[in-house]
Design a binder for this molecule. Structure first.
Ligand SMILES: [Zn+2]
Length: 410
């Protein structure tokens, strides 16, 4: 057994959110949380003791529900400012970007994310080039094998290749590595392929994720076959009409509790539908900003009780996989919202909400949860409980002092 002592424990457990001068007793799972001095002293006699020190804060490890590690080679290659400009640059540079990707680069990106406090990730894999790194990662991984394709003549071949990627990732299935399915988007996945992939994920009880309404171009293309996507689809796919409406696309996800990524241009009816399905939304504010998108309106989600989680997206549309950096950006970008309350929501989003959405038994410091935790020091005292969330986001160091996964310091 181990005991970790901290000035403050942010449990993310709504029943018992902040504990002062407390301790957590754990092995791979959390066995107890206490601030009773006698219990703490008794455990200190017979457990490995980890002292957080002055102004220390202990909280659940962060969960980054959406990243694309296969594009970790990008820094200045892609065009930012508009989604369609980015997409053109992506098509032009993708082969070079992915072709020059090394295992070392993926490992480095994973390491950056780990030392900045991310203990679990949802990784979107387009090719399987990240499998070697992710199957051996220290973090928990939900490995989303992505499917994309619209050419009716090639659908069978695309599905077969997808199935074999899923099967390959399935060889690494463990309590730390979960194979899953990602649908690329409503504009890039043929409805037949969409339905096949969704029922495949359902039969195998795999988590499901999809990009949805990321750009104004996507909205206009799906609604009226016009806008910035039109010349793009005419040029590359010889298509003058979308093959799916947003409504039909959404309907295919009924009862899947899928993760809908971005949703910056989602309308009220679609949000109602996402809420009704019990699905959640992944919010990547930096990526959306760099690709010229608008900011997801979090109030609209709150009104419908739709859970959301902040994520970094990949280095193809971000400069970092540090999730605390993303939270700091989110704090500054959502200017209309109450700062301390937003801070609490944001931290919940990347801990217990993300854990629930991905089916991971972590993200909360409470008995029975996996001991995935972060220990670091704030620069000073914070006496107000609500301000703790804000200062945890503002002052979390780029290198977290101690990161525990499954009870082990990594
Ligand atoms: Zn993405």
């Amino acid at each position: 057994m181990k005991i970790v002592l901290a000035d403050t424990i942010l449990t993310m457990d709504a029943a018992n959110p902040v504990i002062r001068n407390g301790a957590v007793i754990f092995e791979d799972e959390i066995a107890d949380i206490t601030c009773d001095r006698q219990t703490i002293e008794a455990w200190k006699e017979r457990a490995l003791v980890i002292e957080g020190g002055r102004h220390s804060i202990l909280m659940p490890g962060l969960i980054n529900a959406h990243m694309h590690l296969e594009f970790s080679g990008n820094s200045t290659d892609l065009e930012y400012g508009s989604f369609i400009g980015w997409l053109h640059s992506m098509i032009e540079k993708r082969d070079a970007l992915v072709g020059s990707l090394t295992k070392e680069r993926v490992d480095e990106a994973l390491e950056e994310s780990l030392r900045s406090g991310t203990t679990a990730i949802g990784a979107i894999s387009s090719y399987g080039f990240d499998l070697e790194s992710l199957s051996a990662a220290k973090q928990r991984v939900v490995y989303f094998n992505e499917i994309i394709g619209s050419n009716p003549a090639a659908l069978d071949a695309i599905f077969t290749a997808f199935e074999s990627r899923v099967e390959k990732s399935g060889e690494y299935k463990s309590d730390r590595f979960m194979p899953a399915v990602a649908i690329h988007s409503p504009y890039s996945v043929h409805p037949l392929l969409l339905r096949k992939a969704i029922s495949f994920a359902g039969a195998k009880r795999m988590p499901l994720s999809t990009h949805f309404m990321e750009s104004a171009g996507e909205r206009r293309w799906l609604d009226s076959a016009s806008g910035a996507f039109k010349p793009f689809f005419e040029k590359y796919f010889n298509l003058s009409q979308p093959f799916s409406s947003a409504r039909d696309f959404l309907a295919a996800f009924n009862d899947t509790r899928a993760l809908f990524v971005h949703c910056s241009y989602v309308n009220a009816e679609e949000l109602d539908e996402i809420g009704r399905m019990g699905s959640s939304i992944v919010h990547c504010p930096v990526s959306n900003r760099l690709l010229g998108g608008s900011l997801l309106q979090l109030e609209k989600l709150k009104n419908r009780e739709i859970p959301y989680m902040v994520a970094t997206d990949g280095l193809s549309s971000n400069i970092t996989l540090n999730l605390f950096d993303e939270l700091r950006s989110a704090l500054l970008m959502h200017e209309g919202l109450n700062l301390p309350l937003l801070s609490r929501d944001l931290l919940r989003s990347v801990t217990n909400i993300a854990a629930r959405a991905l089916g991971i038994n972590a993200g909360t410091i409470a008995e029975g949860y996996a001991a995935d935790m972060l220990l670091f020091r704030l620069p000073g005292d914070v006496s107000d409980d609500l301000m703790l969330y804000l200062h945890a986001i503002l002052h979390a160091p780029a290198r977290i002092d101690k990161v525990f996964i499954n009870g082990e310091a990594v």
